[in-house]
Design a protein around this ligand. Structure first.
Ligand code: UGA
Length: 494
């Protein structure tokens, strides 16, 4: 096969946004065989979704336990809709998982690297060990022209560095190309976001790489999904900039919450009024306990760190403030809980509702909910944590907390009930029934997810940061409790 050195982003003759696109409807023979390196939330979902779309896919991980589970049809984490898609993809015969990189190097025409880029211990920088190792291990095994595609979130400049590295290692030399294809999926909506993304971004160094990616995403592109074809650095930056923007929006409304807390204004009404301006929009403007998870917190830190390395720290210095506002939410939440129980948490029984960093996920990485539970515990409270899916992961991180296996168990004899993750089970729970379990009807709603009116009508003292505190309706006047009694009496035998 002949191949001329691919034009690069530094070569002015190549403009990716205007370069000729590949055949928009490739024949099945043109569809590349795909590997997906790393089978965490991102990689497993990508592998399953691509097989579901009709590609031959080999998923790869160094963890034999995960690979065994996936091969037998079990998703090793909680992600709604993924188990069903995995089952379908395995049944199609198009999807397999392995720990063998030799097999992967032999199999793939396009290799997607989806390994983690966690925060480095003792630094704000991203730890790129896993990405580096995935690229170099693959490169040393590759003997024909294939495309290595990074999907992990990385500091700007990583793809260019990896290109030099893999070209040095690979027997193919400069023929081996790297592309970047950032991923925007949200946990809890991972399947939907992968199969029907808002947009695709291809960071490429040649028309050939663009063509390969177009072939790898043909069914998604055929749906009319907007595509940005760009250089490697811009593709990397899109992801950091997008996550930073989302984090900034959340911290902005939480900063406004602090203003409300000092002035008696109501942050939920403020957010509603701001969100109705369609230039602002209501998404990611939900005030509360703030953001967590394996992405937003470490991504803003790593972006800031990288900007400082590049000598342009001032450009994104505000991300330090975004982070600080976010961390303050956890401290202010603990302060509010301490205040509502009379100033001392010693011996206070707390029902902590939620541990995951957000609902519909079992992910407890940098979870605000667990941090609050842990701080309450350290101040002497007796904390009973209940989360519909994240208890196992939470227990692994904080084994010293008490874990309830049902909502009722967590509520039993609680002096204060704290909603920390807005699972539907909590949002729809009946305040009258909840009130019957606890010792004291005091609720702190850290996610502004409950109805203050319903809780107050059921005799609860309802508290939330950034909202004026109103005394509960006296229990004897509650129409809802009367209704509840009527409902129950209707079930009694005549
Ligand atoms: C985030 C991005 O939304 C995805 O686009 C991106 O692909 C992903 O990171 C990633 O980098 O891989 P995710 O971490 O799944 O996705 O979670 P989000 O839905 O963004 O929520 C992040 C946090 O913000 C949660 O703790 C959530 O409770 C909090 N949040 C969200 C708020 O406090 N207020 C809001 O209005 C929205």
């Amino acid at each position: 096969m002949t191949f001329t050195l691919p034009p690069t982003s530094s070569n002015p003759s190549f403009n990716p946004s205007t370069s000729p696109s590949s055949d928009p409807s490739p024949t099945p023979e043109r569809a590349p065989r795909l590997t997906v390196i790393g089978t965490g939330y991102l990689g497993a979902t990508h592998a399953v979704s691509m097989a579901f779309l009709g590609y031959e896919v080999l998923g790869v991980d160094i963890d034999p336990r995960k690979i065994a589970l996936l091969n037998e049809g079990t998703v090793p984490f909680f992600e709604p809709g993924l188990p069903e898609k995995l089952e379908e993809a395995l049944a199609s015969g198009r999807l397999r998982f392995t720990t063998d990189l030799d097999e992967a190097a032999e199999f793939g025409d396009v290799h997607f690297v989806c390994v983690g880029t966690p925060q480095k211990l003792g630094s704000e920088a991203a730890d790129l060990r896993f990405v580096d190792s995935a690229f170099t291990e693959l490169a040393s095994r590759i003997t024909r022209k294939v495309l290595l595609v990074g999907k992990s979130t990385v500091p700007i400049g990583t793809a260019e560095r990896l290109t030099a590295l893999v070209q040095q290692i690979s027997p193919l030399g400069a023929e081996l190309e790297v592309a970047w294809n950032p991923e925007f999926l949200r946990e809890g909506f991972a399947v939907q976001d992968t199969l029907h993304p808002d947009r695709l971004v291809f960071g490429v160094s040649s028309p050939w790489a663009e063509d390969r990616l177009r072939a790898a995403f043909e069914p998604i592109l055929a749906e009319g999904t907007p595509l940005i074809v760009t250089d490697l650095a811009t593709a990397e930056l899109v992801k950091s900039a997008a996550n930073s923007f989302l984090a900034t929006k959340i911290s902005y409304i939480n900063a406004m919450s602090e203003v409300c807390e000092a002035t008696g204004a109501d942050v939920t009404q403020l957010a509603e009024a701001l969100g109705l301006d369609d230039r602002i929009g209501s998404k990611f403007l939900k005030p509360g306990l703030g953001f967590g998870g394996g992405c937003l917190p470490k991504d803003i830190r790593s972006f800031k760190h990288r900007a400082e390395e590049l000598g342009i720290g001032a450009a994104v210095a505000f991300l330090g403030e975004v982070d600080a506002i976010n961390i303050r939410r956890r401290l202010r939440t603990v302060a509010l809980i301490r205040q509502v129980v009379g100033g001392d948490l010693t011996g206070v029984r707390v029902a902590a509702l939620g541990a995951a960093f957000k609902p519909d996920s079992d992910d407890v990485r940098d979870a605000p909910a667990l941090d609050v539970a842990r701080m309450l515990y350290l101040e002497g409270a007796v904390v009973s944590v209940y989360d519909p899916e994240a208890a196992v992961n939470a227990h692994r991180v904080y084994p010293d907390l008490e874990y309830a296996s049902t909502l009722d168990q967590a509520l039993a004899d609680a002096d204060v009930t704290v909603l920390l993750t807005e699972w539907e089970e909590f949002r729809t729970a009946d305040p009258v029934e909840m009130g019957a379990r606890v010792r004291s009807r005091t609720v702190v709603d850290t996610r502004n997810a409950l109805s203050p009116d319903r809780f107050r009508a059921a005799g609860w003292d309802y508290w939330a940061l950034g909202r004026p505190h109103t005394a509960p309706v006296p229990v004897s006047n509650r129409s809802e409790s009367v209704l509840a009694t009527l409902d129950k009496s209707a079930d009694l035998p005549c």
